[in-house]
Ligand binder design. Structure first.
Ligand SMILES: C[S@@+](CC[C@H](N)C(=O)[O-])C[C@H]1O[C@@H](n2cnc3c(N)ncnc32)[C@H](O)[C@@H]1O
Length: 184
């Protein structure tokens, strides 16, 4: 084999080896069932003084629930304008508008330094991009709870498979998995 071929072959092999296991695709709105939200909040041990950031907050259910059940403050970050409006309306109906806010923003660009708890129901590529931001911005004692998808390269403090198996449209069965990390 000629030297250039060897270099090209090695570069291709290394490139393939370093390919991430995920692909970037749009993340749709799929709400976390409310019983699963409750378990996420329990795992994170939400208390009154906490500030919960849900990145990709959908209809706002996680931060609204944390405010309603525990009196925690919350920030929902969501890219879909209609979902942000719906979240604000739901927060008002639940009487927690003074505790929560919803921002129409890219969740990968938001400053999460005030957060004591981060909740996620996002795809692996998003979680992987978020990891260095969390590493840089979260303070010791903060908790991260993710639904169904872990964070590549980050070993969770705890993984919990929920006992209830959900039947999805089309008959597919789904077992929810929750991941917890504690920042040290
Ligand atoms: C699977 S849903 C989860 C909703 C909510 N967190 C829950 O668990 O019920 C993901 C949400 O993230 C939003 N989203 C996707 N990419 C986003 C981004 N870069 N920044 C903010 N929101 C995003 C989608 O519009 C969608 O509402």
């Amino acid at each position: 084999m000629k030297p250039l071929w060897i270099v090209t072959y090695l570069a291709a092999a290394i490139g393939l080896y370093h390919q991430p296991l995920w692909t970037i695709e749009e993340i749709p709105f799929v709400p976390t069932p409310i019983e699963v939200v409750d378990r996420m909040l329990e795992l994170a041990e939400v208390k009154t003084g906490d500030i919960v950031y849900d990145l990709g907050s959908g209809d706002g259910r996680i931060v609204i629930r944390a405010a309603k059940k525990y009196g925690a403050r919350g920030v929902g970050v969501e890219m879909d304008r209609e979902l942000v409006e719906l979240s604000r309306k739901k927060a008002a109906e639940e009487g927690v508008s003074h505790l929560v806010e919803f921002r129409l923003e890219d969740a990968l660009k938001v400053d999460v330094t005030p957060a004591t708890i981060i909740t996620l129901y996002m795809l692996p590529w998003f979680n992987a991009k978020l990891r260095p931001i969390l590493q840089q911005q979260l303070k010791p004692g903060a908790r991260v709870v993710a639904h169904d998808y872990g964070i590549e390269g980050w070993t969770p403090t705890r993984v919990e498979k929920l006992p209830e198996i959900e039947k999805r449209p089309g008959g597919a069965l789904h077992q929810h998995t929750l991941y917890l990390w504690r920042i040290e």
